[in-house]
Design a protein around this ligand. Structure first.
Ligand SMILES: Nc1ncnc2c1ncn2[C@@H]1O[C@H](COP(=O)(O)OP(=O)(O)OP(=O)(O)O)[C@@H](O)[C@H]1O
Ligand SMILES: [Mg+2]
Length: 275
């Protein structure tokens, strides 16, 4: 669970706050896109969650942890409980794919035996078993991002946050990475992703939160679409019907019944992936 209550953050020297009384509640196992124009405050919000930045006011509770009480010396330990994926991958260049994932587990205190058991399973999850011995500079951008995701999910975090994970990738690779995030979400991990990619957001039909000038201006809980303004974009225009002898009148659009092809919302308990 991610909870922000009236969170405000103003960077020193800035005229306006980067976050202006932002309140947000994300339930376990949700998949959420965070969108908004450049400078809207998306990365700042992500940094609040990772505790890279601290708010000037407001409360943040992540997975039951009140971040006010996470002391400086405990921040690395707190971050290890989250999965964090970066735009620029942040891989260790002198370590192989296998070692990059293993290292993350090692610093989390996992035993050598468990690491040897876990890494191959995680590499299989991200479809990189055959690349385990390569170094990051021998991989494509998409493969590098998959290593970075493997490293983040290896510790089975309950929450994975990704700030523009596909910004440096082409269209096809972007889709692969989003599919992978969806798979991880299906296994029971809450996912929060920022992106400027309109197609990805519209295709996935998940929750979409829009930020503007440090505020949340729209929160589409289901079937969200990419839009940068404060008013929700109507999915269908109001139909105009002509009644003989009457002026043209717009008729409100009725809510359509769900299509049979739509997947029913699963009621089953989310699975955590078992490694
Ligand atoms: N370290 C910083 N010092 C001062 N101002 C900052 C700092 N980081 C961000 N800002 C400002 O805070 C505001 C929000 O920035 P933020 O990086 O959160 O935006 P964003 O929505 O992530 O944008 P983008 O889509 O370009 O990544 C901007 O006005 C930015 O200039
Ligand atoms: Mg940003």
């Amino acid at each position: 669970m991610i909870l922000l209550d009236s969170v405000t953050k103003q960077y020193p020297g800035d005229e306006n706050p980067a976050l202006d009384s932002v309140s947000l509640h994300i339930e376990p196992n949700e998949f959420v896109f965070l969108v908004g124009k450049s400078g809207a405050g998306k990365s700042t919000l992500m940094k609040m969650i990772t505790k890279e930045e601290t708010p000037d006011a407001g409360k943040i509770i992540i997975g039951g942890i009140d971040l006010d009480y996470v002391k400086k010396r405990h921040i690395p330990g707190y971050r290890r409980r989250l999965g964090v994926v970066f735009q620029d991958f942040k891989l260790l260049p002198r370590r192989t794919v296998y070692e990059n994932v293993a290292f993350a587990l090692e610093i989390a205190g996992m035993s050598g035996k468990d690491i040897r058991r876990t890494v191959p399973k995680v590499l299989e999850l991200v479809d990189l078993s055959d690349q385990a011995k390569k170094f990051p500079d021998q991989l494509s951008g998409g493969q590098r991002q998959r290593v970075s995701i493997a490293r983040s999910v290896a510790r089975q975090p309950k929450i994975l946050i990704a700030d523009e994970p596909t910004a440096n990738l082409d269209k096809l690779t972007t889709q692969e990475i989003i599919d992978l995030l969806k798979k991880i979400n299906d296994f029971g991990t809450t996912i929060l992703v920022t992106t400027h990619n309109e197609n990805i957001v519209n295709n996935l039909q998940k929750r979409v939160i829009t930020m503007k000038d440090g505020k949340i201006v729209n929160d589409q809980k289901n079937n969200g679409i990419y839009e940068l303004g404060s008013a929700p974009v109507p999915k269908q225009p109001a139909r105009v019907v002509q009644v003989p002898g009457h002026a043209l009148k717009p008729r409100p659009v009725q809510k359509s019944t769900p299509k049979l092809t739509q997947k029913p919302a699963s009621k089953s308990k989310p699975r955590r992936f078992v490694i």
